[in-house]
Design a protein around this ligand. Sequence first.
Ligand code: SF4
Ligand code: SF4
Length: 177
Amino acid sequence: MPLVPVPKPTLIQKLKRFFMVDLIKGLAMTLGFNIGALTSRDSVAGKGIYTEQYPKVRPDVAPRFHGAPRLNMDPETHDTLCIACNLCALACPEDCIDVLAMDVEITVAGKPRRKKVLDEFIFDTSRCMFCALCQEACPTYCLELTQDFELATYSRAGFVWNREMLEQGRETVKYES
Ligand code: SF4
Ligand code: SF4
């Protein structure tokens, strides 16, 4: 490979190097960012802290983020929207979901009928990859992956959510900011 001669610096380039113009420009930019952080509305209580103050301030996640699962209920009757169809469990490639159903006696037009209803719902968040295939498969929009990203727990058993946890959600700890 032929050697390429390095062009000689011009007088202006020499002067810039001598007076360290690029270094001063870089320092000015850094100073500008720091002053901006001190005065920004986003800084915490005007103290110039511009890193995320988690867990006191929880960040907003992307709109399409998939987090903690939830079983939605009818907002008026508070009955579950789950019809125990098992489609979510069948759609799950990780086998995270167990839907347990039971039959109940109901009366339709004066005649006794049997109806399948949800008994228990098990969702193993430790094996879930949050692909949302279960959410896509749900015909009643009952199963939803929310934007709650705080799934840490102290035991393996804590990763397995039952129906109550899925319907009520976990208690969110609030920290004073
Ligand atoms: S998000 Fe994906 S891996 Fe998790 S339970 Fe649903 S289908 Fe299974
Ligand atoms: S797909 Fe929806 S309605 Fe069917 S069992 Fe799962 S959560 Fe319930």
